[in-house]
Each structure stands twice: as structure tokens, then as C-alpha cells.
Design a protein around this ligand. Structure first.
Ligand code: PMP
Length: 374
């Protein structure tokens, strides 16, 4: 994009040349409470002055990690009570997959077509897109790719399967929601054969889809939950979360996963502050209504074929990749920062900070409409 950002605040990016842009991407679902929220900035400054990195994660007790884990677990089902902090979404996928292999002593891992779980070699092995993996082969062996939403293929998950990793709502596939009871049936199949179910909520977590975690909508609880992106409030942070019994298998043999910077105290302080902001500003109950405003305005234009998504993770389908590229250039000229998807070239993404106001949404809709017209 060639956009040099000098400063960012709330939903706005300010370029070095003075131009203002409305951020409809949130750094790809990171800035859920907006850019440089004063409470998050204050928490970062406070923690940086107190201590930054002290020791490899897990050796010392560091209160920002303890407080964030407590806050997180209070919002999760009882079975998700042990948090392992890491640096990123990719590392969360790696940790979750390793935990599943260690616990089950099995090797096969299952993922879904058009899934994205990260770019490190283990996580990339679980990407459901062959072209994306092609130049890095061989990746992990014993990976099975199923069609998302295919109940008929669930019997391919068997007693050989260590884990199934799935985004409850697929992000980079172009925002694809699970059909009917798909996640419940997936849960049942995993339970029946003893495979661990991993929900990757790196993109959908932390309120992005109007509930704190997307899985809350679908009546299915994972054995392992992965988080990243907005979890660090704008700082690098990820986590995989499981039961204490499951997680303890990483300690036997010891040091099943090692990470120097995982759970960096400044990142944890920022993540905790961001969660507090979401509560204090009562952001979640407003997300669905904001989605409706955006979706309604987009659907009013004849060029828009479909608006997919939950909460403020939306894909606007134009049905034509070149049209999306033209729209992309046009939107930048009109001061809108939008983004495309890794595995869906015919739609563009709308994922603004969750604290975007109704007035700002009105302005966004006018500008988007103007870009579509042009
Ligand atoms: N899982 C999902 C669902 C993602 O969307 C992403 C990032 N787009 C990742 C994992 C990887 O996260 P990171 O880039 O922090 O490694």
C-alpha cells in the first residue's frame, strides 16, 4: 500500500503526509479497542517502567501473566483453566498441536480446506490451501485436510487422530461460518474417537464476532483454545488454553514447549487493559447492531452480492477479483484502509475497531458506497 503511518488513534491512521485514513482492518483483527487506547498505553508504560523481560516464560511468577490468565479463565468454561502464553498466533497453533501429540501419543492431525493457522512450518502444514504450501514441501506428514462444513467427512477423524484444528468461523477463507450443527457434530466425533479438538480463535476471539469467543455461539467447547492478535491489546501475545490435566503433559517429560518471550509482561499488561476497556466501555453488546448498520448499507448497493460474517468480521462479496482490486485502490484514495483475504480474492474485509461509533459507521458507509459507485 505504501502508506507511511505517522500516528494512529482510535479508528484513524494518520499518514506522514497529513492524510487521515479510517482503519477498516484493525491490523487484521488486532486493534479491537482502537489504536493507542489511553488505558492500554498507560498499562504499557506502567509495566515497562516496572519490569520488562525477566526470564524465559514459566520460570518466575510475573503478576501481569497471572492477572491476565485469571481474567481470561473467568470468562471460559471450567475445562479451559490452564493458560500457556506464547508470542503469536502461529506459536499458539504450534503449542496446541504439540500438546495434542504429547497427550494422545498419536500423530495424525486434521485441518480444513482454506483454513489458516499461521506461517511457521507446523502451522503452515495445517493450512488448507495447497498452493500456499507448495514451495515449502515437505511439511509435516500425517496431515488430513477435510472440507469445512462437511458432516459426511467427519468419519475420517479416527482413533489415529491426535487433534482436529478448526477456526469456528473461517477468517482467511473469506469469513465462512459453520453450518447448522457442524461444530457440535465435530465435537461429538472427536470425543468418540479420543481426538483433541482445537478451536483457533486467534482472529475470532476477544469480541471480534460480538461474543468474547466465537465458539460461545455454537454450543461446542474445545479441548484446546488458541488466542492471539487482539489478545495482546496491540502488543505481540498469543496463548493456548486447556485443562490443567491436559496441559500438565507438557511437563512430562519436562520442557515440552519453551519460549523466551512468550507472555511478555508488557504484552500481558496491555492485553489485560484491553479486556478491561471492553468491559468498561460495554463494547460487546453493541457489536451486532454495528454489524447490521454496515451490512445493510453494503447490501443496498447492486455490486454487492453478499455480506458474510458475524459481528465486526465481515466479508463483502463482489464476485470478481479484479473488481476487488479496483475497489481496494479506490478506497485508499478516499481515505479508507481495507484489506483482502488470503484465500478469497472476490471479497474484501471490513473489520474496524469494535469501538467505532455509529456516526463513524455512517461516514464509512458513505465512503464505501462512493467507492463502489466509482
Ligand atoms: N490463526 C488464525 C485464524 C489467523 O487468522 C492467524 C493470523 N492471520 C494466525 C493463526 C497466525 O497468527 P500470527 O500471524 O500472529 O502468527
Amino acid at each position: 500500500m505504501g502508506l507511511e503511518v505517522a500516528r494512529a488513534e482510535g479508528i484513524y491512521l494518520y499518514a506522514a503526509d497529513g492524510q487521515r485514513y479510517i482503519d477498516l482492518v484493525s491490523g487484521v483483527s488486532v486493534s479491537n479497542v482502537g489504536h493507542s487506547h489511553p488505558k492500554v498505553v498507560a498499562a504499557v508504560q506502567r509495566q515497562a517502567a516496572q519490569y520488562m523481560h525477566l526470564m524465559v516464560y514459566g520460570e518466575y511468577v510475573q503478576s501481569p501473566q497471572v492477572l491476565l490468565a485469571q481474567k481470561l479463565c473467568a470468562l471460559l468454561p471450567q475445562s479451559l483453566s490452564s493458560v500457556y502464553f506464547v508470542n503469536s498466533g502461529s506459536e499458539a497453533s504450534e503449542g496446541a498441536m504439540k500438546l495434542a501429540k504429547r497427550y494422545t501419543r498419536r500423530s495424525e492431525m486434521v485441518c480444513f480446506r482454506n483454513a489458516y493457522h499461521g506461517s511457521t512450518q507446523g502451522a503452515l502444514s495445517m493450512a488448507g490451501n495447497d498452493a500456499f504450501k507448495q514451495t515449502f514441501l515437505p511439511l509435516l506428514p500425517d496431515v488430513r485436510v477435510l472440507d469445512f462444513n462437511s458432516e459426511e467427512q467427519l468419519p475420517q477423524i479416527t482413533e489415529r487422530t491426535a487433534c482436529v484444528i478448526v477456526e469456528p468461523i473461517q477468517g482467511e477463507a473469506g469469513v465462512v461460518a459453520p453450518q447448522r450443527n457442524f461444530l457440535q457434530q465435530l465435537r461429538s466425533r472427536c470425543t468418540a474417537v479420543g481426538a483433541l479438538l482445537i478451536f483457533d480463535e486467534v482472529q475470532t476471539g476477544m469480541g471480534r464476532t460480538a461474543t468474547m469467543f466465537a465458539f460461545e455461539r455454537y454450543g461446542a467447547t474445545p479441548d484446546i483454545l488458541t488466542l492471539g492478535k487482539a489478545f495482546g491489546g496491540g502488543m505481540p501475545l498469543g496463548a493456548f488454553v486447556a485443562s490443567g490435566a491436559l496441559m500438565s503433559s507438557l511437563a512430562n517429560p519436562a520442557l515440552g514447549h519453551i519460549t523466551t518471550f512468550g507472555g511478555h509482561p508488557v504484552s500481558c499488561a496491555a492485553g489485560l487493559a484491553a479486556m478491561e476497556v471492553m468491559e468498561e466501555e460495554k463494547l460487546l453488546p453493541e457489536v451486532e447492531r454495528k454489524k447490521q448498520l454496515l451490512a445493510k448499507a453494503m447490501l443496498a448497493h447492486p455490486a454487492v452480492k453478499e455480506v458474510r460474517g458475524e459481528g465486526l468480521l465481515l466479508a463483502v462479496e463482489l464476485g470478481d477479483a479484479q473488481r476487488v482490486q479496483r475497489f481496494f485502490r479506490k478506497s485508499l484514495q478516499h481515505g479508507l484502509a481495507i484489506d483482502c483475504f488470503l484465500f478469497c480474492s472476490t471479497a474484501f474485509r471490513i473489520a474496524p475497531p469494535l469501538n467505532i461509533t455509529d456516526e463513524q459507521i455512517g461516514e464509512v458507509c458513505n465512503l464505501l458506497y462512493k467507492c463502489l459507485e466509482e
